[in-house]
Structure formats: C-alpha cells, structure tokens
Design a protein around this ligand. Structure first.
Ligand code: MTE
Ligand code: MO
Length: 210
C-alpha cells in the first residue's frame, strides 16, 4: 500500500492518499472548543514529567522561537476524511526538544499538552520521528490563530488530531495514558495508512484499557 517514501531531502513523495481519505482544497479549520488568545508574556513551553534530570524545562516564547529552525514537507490527514497535501511546515523539530530536555530512560510515551487542557498521547518512537515538528509556520508564513499560532505539532505519519494546535508543553510518561480524543473514541495509535480511526479497532498492545 502506498506508504510515504522518504527521500534524502526529508521530503515525501505521496503516491496516493491513505485509505478512505479525500483531497481537500484549501485548508479547513477543525478543532474542539474556542480559539485561545495568545498572550506572549504568559506563554511558556514546558517539558515536565519523567525528565532525565528530574527537573522541568521552560521556554518563554522568545526562547522557544530561538531554538534551531527546521522545515518538513508533509500532509495532514484528518480522521473525518479530508487530507491536505504537501504543506511546508517550519518550526522546531520534536527531536530538538528531546535533545534539549531529554526524557529519562524509562520513558515510553509523551503527552502533548495544549491550551484549555487539550492533549494527545504519542508513543515516544512516534514523537521522536525525524519528521515530527512543532510548527510555527506553514508555507513560509506564521500560523494563523485558528491553525494553532504560536505553536502546533505536526506528526506526518499519524492522523492530525495527534498534532495539537496551541501547544504549551509536553509530559514524559513511563506508561501510556489516553489524551483528549483517545479517551473519546479515537484510536490510541492513529496510523492513517492502517486506517486506525476508532478505539474499537484497537488490538491488544495498541493502548491502555478503556
Ligand atoms: N488544541 C487542539 N488541537 C487540535 C484539535 C483540537 O480539537 N484542539 N483538533 C485536531 C484535529 S482533529 C485536526 S484535523 C487538526 C486540524 O488542524 P487545522 O484546523 O489547522 O486544519 O488539528 C488538530 N489539533
Ligand atoms: Mo481531525
């Protein structure tokens, strides 16, 4: 089946859409709840939970945007069946965060936290993907408020709900725990190429008991 092909450039040749997806023109806005207002003086990006040194890491907005900038060309697949292809996401790679504020050896999962308590859980290996990026930009322009400004996560190989908009931090976990949509009927892993849409499709080992 048409798995994305990784090229040396880090770009993806997408021969076809994941099963059940259709192409969407433009870029719809999809989320639960209101769009948060960005207050730079109150904003911080926190790394907490099972960190390697047992401490917490906090970046102000200026500090976060000073972290090394990278870009990744990737598609966005919403579980409601629309896909947007070939966006160029700019921002800070998840790997940069893992290196700057490393997890303890026992960490297996990461909870990504956003404004208003929205969250999504990821296996550490998925979060550590070379292509996972905390995007501040799309196609060279700053994200708009409704698309997640100042920071949203993009994990190209998973459904888009695994990429919270308005991210405020990550929690390193030594066991898996469900995030917002994963508690509400969506698949714990969420691989669009395997069409892992709903929690009733989960197989043993895919996630914690519901
Ligand atoms: N904070 C937050 N992030 C979220 C969501 C949400 O409800 N809250 N929805 C997710 C879903 S289901 C999708 S498809 C994408 C949509 O991103 P877009 O609105 O920029 O297209 O955001 C994801 N990130
Ligand atoms: Mo979605």
């Amino acid at each position: 089946m048409g798995q994305p092909v990784e090229r040396e450039s880090g770009e993806t040749a997408q021969p076809e859409l994941p099963p059940g997806q259709r192409l969407q023109r433009g870029w719809p806005v999809t989320h639960y709840g209101p769009v948060p207002k960005f207050r730079p003086e109150r904003w911080e990006f926190r790394v907490f939970g099972a960190t390697a040194d047992g401490g917490k890491q906090c970046w102000s907005h200026d500090e976060f945007t000073a972290l090394p900038y990278a870009s990744v060309v990737a598609d966005l697949h919403c579980v409601t069946k629309f896909s947007m292809l070939g966006a160029e996401w700019g921002g800070v790679r998840a790997r940069t965060i893992l290196e700057a504020a490393p997890p303890a050896p026992a960490v297996t999962h990461v909870m990504v936290w956003a404004e208003y308590g929205f969250s999504s859980n990821l296996r550490l290996a998925d979060f550590a993907s070379e292509r996972a990026i905390f995007a501040t930009h799309k196609d060279g322009e700053l994200l708009t408020a409704e698309h997640g400004f100042p920071v949203r996560l993009v994990v190209p190989h998973l459904y888009a709900w695994k990429g919270p908009k308005w991210v405020r931090g990550i929690e390193y976990m030594t066991a898996d725990r469900r995030g917002f949509w994963e508690e509400r009927g969506y698949h714990n892993v969420g691989d669009p190429w395997r069409e892992q849409r709903y929690s009733y499709q989960e197989e043993p080992g895919d996630g914690p008991e519901l």
